[in-house]
Ligand binder design. Structure first.
Ligand code: ADP
Ligand code: MG
Length: 256
């Protein structure tokens, strides 16, 4: 069985997709078999993995509606080194269509079980909301990885997410854990960021990952080439940090 992680934070623009594709590429480079599931109708994880979201015969939408299996819908990203279950705008409709359907919050779980033997890690890039799509992700995950910027309001939004994780744990998925908070786009020259980082460690202890992802322009440039930063410029500070994070995750999984 693969370990399944949601990359979630109900805020947009906090680095979820960047974390998903770079962790996936980092894990692939150290020999792990990885599936990325794009659960955001924006399809950024799909495009950022070098898969054209406009040209997909099947997407995660079909998988949720059970008109295709993951084995039929996944695409291989040779450059990135992992498989992608893509998404595009179509997925926005699934939110409404799913409400009517039975087992609406566990369809992804059932679908992943069918390809479980193919992967060591499944990484799910969640949309910026605590919607039914995110719920589908949380229902099948072992853990949640929360990328966050060390800014003043970062802690505020965290309470809602932590409560959602607790509720899903209590009602839908006993395996779900908050694995950790990942500090991203970090700039050590900014005093406030250092302060928030210290607060996070004081508050959440070992739930804060050791690895810190710096603000690095190469990570921001990579998606326009259809590549994770880890592949686009291996020698960049951002890529090296994500390689560290991949190794940290492999270590965490061994203790789970
Ligand atoms: P989300 O998926 O949470 O909306 P993204 O991963 O798309 O967030 O990141 C938002 C923006 O910030 C993107 O333009 C991305 O390229 C940029 N970005 C993310 N992480 C970094 C980083 N460590 N350094 C510089 N830019 C980053
Ligand atoms: Mg995103």
């Amino acid at each position: 069985m693969p370990k399944i992680f949601c990359i979630a934070n109900q805020k947009g623009g906090v680095g979820k997709t960047t974390t998903t594709v770079n962790l996936a590429a980092g894990l692939a480079q150290i020999g792990q078999r990885v599936l990325v599931i794009d659960l955001d109708p924006q399809g950024n994880a799909t495009m950022g993995s070098g898969v054209d979201k406009r040209q997909l015969p099947h997407t995660v939408y079909d998988v949720l509606l059970e008109t295709a299996t993951i084995a039929e819908a996944r695409q291989r990203s040779d450059k990135a080194g992992y498989d992608v279950l893509g998404a595009n705008r179509e997925l926005a409709g699934a939110e409404i269509e799913l409400v009517e359907l039975e087992r609406r919050d566990r369809r992804l779980k059932t679908a992943i079980e069918a390809v479980a033997a193919d992967y060591d890690f499944v990484l799910i890039d969640c949309p910026p909301s605590l919607s039914l799509l995110t719920l589908n992700g949380l229902t099948c995950a072992h853990g949640v990885i929360v990328p966050m910027q060390c800014e003043y309001f970062a802690l505020e939004g965290l309470t809602d997410l932590v409560n959602t994780v607790k509720q899903v744990h209590a009602n839908l998925n006993r395996e779900l854990q908050l694995i950790g908070l990942l500090r991203v786009m970090f700039d050590p020259r900014i005093t406030l960021q250092q302060q928030v980082s210290e607060q996070l460690k004081a508050h959440f202890g070992d739930k804060v990952f050791d690895t810190v992802i710096p603000r690095n322009v190469r990570l921001a440039e990579a998606p326009s080439y259809g590549l994770p930063g880890v592949v686009f410029d291996k020698s960049s500070k951002g890529a090296q940090a994500f390689m560290d994070f991949a190794r940290e995750m492999v270590g965490r999984v061994q203790t789970m």
